[in-house]
Design a protein around this ligand. Structure first.
Ligand SMILES: [Zn+2]
Length: 191
């Protein structure tokens, strides 16, 4: 039952969205290169919107004022007004990059469609890891650090997703290399 819901709620709409976009751009006569570029940009815009919306929704639920100050393809900026409550500000700032990391994980494991995998990479390398780079100024994690997030926490919140992503990517590339090697060698009999 759970599998069916998951299939219908997420997997199929994701695939359908990408296939529909691909069909529309094919009908318009775009080459594969342009089609991929356009879909990539649309997914990037969706990723940025989800990131900023997460800040705003979290702020709303915590009783702070949040509004989408500016959304563009490449950057988003949420204006959060909160009474002097540093814990709330820390949660609001970290909510978006952490959610994007989790969405990336979901997308990575949900489908073998290449564009869905690329979307996962966008969530990680665009929506999550740069914002978790607490050592860079003006990032979400840096903002949280300035508002009292313990440095050790900031470090862990950066290291854990980064190492998981690095592990998944290296496992994937290793598998690809192994497959290449196997296809080039005579098959050994398994005993
Ligand atoms: Zn953010």
């Amino acid at each position: 039952m759970l599998n069916i819901n998951h299939e219908y709620l997420f997997k199929m709409p994701l695939k359908k969205l990408i296939d529909t976009l691909d069909d529309i751009f094919t009908q318009k006569g775009f080459s594969e290169l342009w089609r991929n570029f356009l879909i990539f940009m649309i997914l990037l815009a969706i990723t940025t919107t989800i990131h900023e919306a997460t800040h705003v929704v979290t702020a709303y639920y915590l009783g702070c004022e949040g509004e989408l100050a500016k959304i563009s393809f490449f950057t988003g900026l949420s204006a959060i007004k909160c009474e002097d409550n540093s814990t709330k500000l820390i949660i609001i700032s970290l909510s978006a990059p952490i959610l994007l990391f989790l969405i990336g994980l979901y997308l990575w494991f949900s489908d073998s469609h290449p564009m869905v995998k690329i979307w996962a990479l966008l969530c990680w390398f665009y929506g999550s890891l740069p914002s978790l780079s607490f050592f860079t100024s003006n990032t979400d994690a840096n903002f949280a650090l300035k508002h009292g997030l313990p440095p050790l926490w900031a470090l862990l919140i950066f290291i854990i997703p980064t190492s998981i992503i690095a592990y998944l990517l290296s496992r994937n590339f290793k598998r690809e290399l192994d497959m290449e090697k196997c296809s080039g060698l005579p098959q050994k009999e398994l005993s």
